[in-house]
Design a protein around this ligand. Structure first.
Ligand code: HEM
Length: 446
C-alpha cells in the first residue's frame, strides 16, 4: 500500500458487509475491510445507510484538521448520548466551546493539587487490593481497574463529596447507559423517535444518574467553599453568556466526563495486563522501572514523568487497543477528500483502531512493541498515524490526566504484585473496545 493515499474509493457491497459481520462481528468486519482497503477511502453499503470509512492519516488530516469545521457531531448516536450528557462537551457550537474551555482549564489548571489527590488515591486503591485479595487468587481485571479509576475520580471530580459506594453506583449506571447506545452507534441514521434495543435500559440508567447527582450538586452549591475538584470548578463556572451554570448543566457535564473518562481508562488499564502477560520481557522492564523510580517510598505525582518506559507501554496499548474503534461525524456541506466526493449529510466514520494497523505506517502492526514510541521513532512518523485520543477540535481533554494516572497505577501494581493473566483475551466492539470475555488477573504479592 502506498504511504500516500491514492485517488480511489474502495466500496464494500452489502453482501460483503453482512458476511464480515457474520464472521467476526462489527470489529472483525471492520478489520477485514481495513486490510482490503489498505487506507483508501471506503464506502460501506448498509442498504439505505452508506457511511464513508476514513483511516488514512492524510484523509484524517483533512477531516479533523484542515476541514474540521465541516465534519460535526450530528448523528443520532451523539443526540442520544446528549440526553444524558447534555449539549455541552459532547455537542458542538458555543455551549461545547464553553464546556471545553472550562474542562481544559480544570484538567490542567489546578493540576498540582489534583495530581496529589490522584497519586494518593492510586496508592490507596492498590494497597486495598493487596489487603482484600488472597495471594494467588484470581480477580476480575476490569472490575478491579474500574475500582482503582473510581477511587481517583471521587476526589478529582467530586472533591470526595460522594460516598465511594455511591460513586460506584453512579459509574455502574453510566456504564449501562453508555453501553445501551450500541445500536444507536451501529445504526446512527435511525431517528430518535424510532424505538431501538437499549432505549429502555438507557432511560432507566439515566434516571438513576440524575437521582444520584442532582441532590449532590444542590447540596454542594449550598455548602460551596471552592476547591480544585471539577465539580467546584463547574459550580464556579459560567456558560457562553457568562451566566452561572444550572444544576442540570453541572450534572450533565459531570456525567459527560464520566462517560468520556472512566470506562475508557479502566478498559485501557485492563488491556495493559493482557499485553504484559503476553510479553514477560516487557513486564520485567516495567517492574525494574517501577522499582527504580518509585522504590519503596510513597507514590508521588512526579513519579509519572520518570516512568518513561511504562509510558511507552501505555502508548502501545492505546495503539493496539484503541478505545475509539469508530468515531462518527456528519459532513455539513459536500466536500472532496482526495478526489472522492463526500455528499452533504453523509456519515463519515473515523477509526483510530484501523489507522493504528495500517502496514504503510506501522511495521508489523499487530506486534506489541513499546519501542515504537522511542522518541527517534516517533519523530519520523506521520502525525496522524497515531490518534488514540482523537485529533482536531475535539481531541480528548483528559489525555494527560489519564496517562499520568495510568502510569502510576501500572507502577504501583507491578511493584506490589507478580501479575498473570490465565487465559488470552480478545477485543470486541461495544461502544468502547471491551474484552470478549472476563479477563482474570492472578495477583501474587512480591
Ligand atoms: C484511555 C483513556 C481515554 C481514551 C482512549 C480517550 C479517547 C478519546 C477520544 C478518541 C476522543 C475524541 C472523540 C471525538 O473526536 O469525537 C476523546 C474526547 C474526549 N475525552 Fe477522552 N479518552 C480517554 C480518557 C479521558 C479522560 C480520563 C477524560 C476526562 C477526565 C476524557 C475526557 C474527554 C472529553 C471531555 C472529550 C470530548 C472533547 C471534545 O469534544 O471537545 N477522556 N477522548
Amino acid at each position: 500500500m502506498p504511504a500516500h493515499a491514492g485517488h480511489r474509493l474502495h466500496t464494500v457491497p452489502l453482501g460483503r458487509v453482512l458476511d464480515g459481520l457474520r464472521a467476526g462481528g462489527p470489529l472483525g468486519m471492520l478489520e477485514r475491510t481495513g486490510r482490503q482497503s489498505g487506507g483508501a477511502l471506503t464506502r460501506l453499503d448498509l442498504g439505505t445507510f452508506r457511511p464513508f470509512l476514513v483511516t488514512h492519516p492524510d484523509h484524517l488530516r483533512h477531516v479533523l484538521r484542515s476541514h474540521g469545521a465541516n465534519y460535526r457531531r450530528g448523528t443520532a448516536m451523539w443526540k442520544a448520548m446528549g440526553r444524558l450528557t447534555g449539549l455541552g462537551i459532547t455537542g458542538e457550537g458555543p455551549r461545547w466551546r464553553a464546556s471545553r474551555d472550562l474542562w481544559s482549564q480544570c484538567l490542567s489548571g489546578g493540576a498540582h493539587t489534583l495530581a496529589d489527590a490522584t497519586a494518593a488515591s492510586v496508592a490507596g486503591a492498590v494497597a486495598d487490593l493487596e489487603r482484600r485479595v488472597a495471594a494467588g487468587a484470581t480477580v476480575d481485571a476490569l472490575a478491579e481497574m474500574t475500582h482503582v479509576v473510581l477511587r481517583v475520580v471521587n476526589p478529582v471530580f467530586f472533591g470526595s463529596r460522594i460516598p465511594q459506594q455511591q460513586c460506584d453506583r453512579l459509574a455502574a449506571a453510566v456504564a449501562v447507559a453508555f453501553d445501551s447506545l450500541l445500536w444507536r452507534m451501529a445504526l446512527p441514521f435511525v431517528p430518535l423517535a424510532v424505538p431501538m434495543p437499549g432505549d429502555r435500559s438507557f432511560t432507566r440508567a439515566a434516571r438513576t444518574v440524575r437521582e444520584i447527582l442532582l441532590p449532590l450538586i444542590s447540596r454542594a452549591r449550598h455548602e460551596h467553599h471552592g476547591g480544585p475538584d471539577l465539580m467546584s470548578r463547574l459550580l464556579d463556572g459560567a456558560d457562553a453568556d457568562g451566566c452561572p451554570l444550572s444544576d442540570a448543566h453541572v450534572a450533565e457535564d459531570i456525567v459527560a466526563l464520566f462517560v468520556a473518562g472512566s470506562e475508557s481508562s479502566a478498559l485501557t488499564l485492563t488491556w495493559v495486563w493482557v499485553a504484559l502477560a503476553g510479553h514477560p520481557e516487557v513486564a520485567a522492564e516495567v517492574r525494574r522501572e517501577a522499582d527504580a523510580v518509585v522504590g519503596g517510598g510513597p507514590l508521588r505525582p512526579e513519579h509519572a514523568r520518570g516512568l518513561v518506559f511504562t509510558r511507552r507501554v501505555l502508548a502501545e496499548v492505546c495503539r493496539l487497543y484503541a478505545m475509539a474503534w469508530a468515531v462518527p461525524r456528519t459532513a455539513v456541506a459536500a466536500d472532496v477528500v482526495d478526489g472522492v466526493t463526500i455528499p452533504a449529510g453523509a456519515t463519515v466514520v473515523l477509526s483510530p483502531y484501523l489507522t493504528h494497523r495500517l502496514p504503510a505506517f506501522w511495521e508489523r502492526p499487530l506486534r506489541f512493541d513499546p519501542g515504537r514510541f522511542a522518541e527517534e521513532r516517533v519523530r519520523g512518523r506521520h502525525p496522524l498515524a497515531y490518534l488514540p485520543f482523537g485529533d482536531g477540535p475535539h481531541q480528548c481533554v483528559g489525555q494527560s490526566f489519564f496517562l499520568q494516572q495510568a502510569a502510576l497505577v501500572v507502577a504501583a501494581m507491578t511493584s506490589r504484585f507478580r501479575i498473570a493473566v490465565p487465559a488470552p483475551a480478545e477485543p470486541r466492539a461495544a461502544v468502547a473496545l471491551r474484552p470478549r470475555s472476563r479477563v482474570g488477573l492472578v495477583l501474587t504479592p512480591h
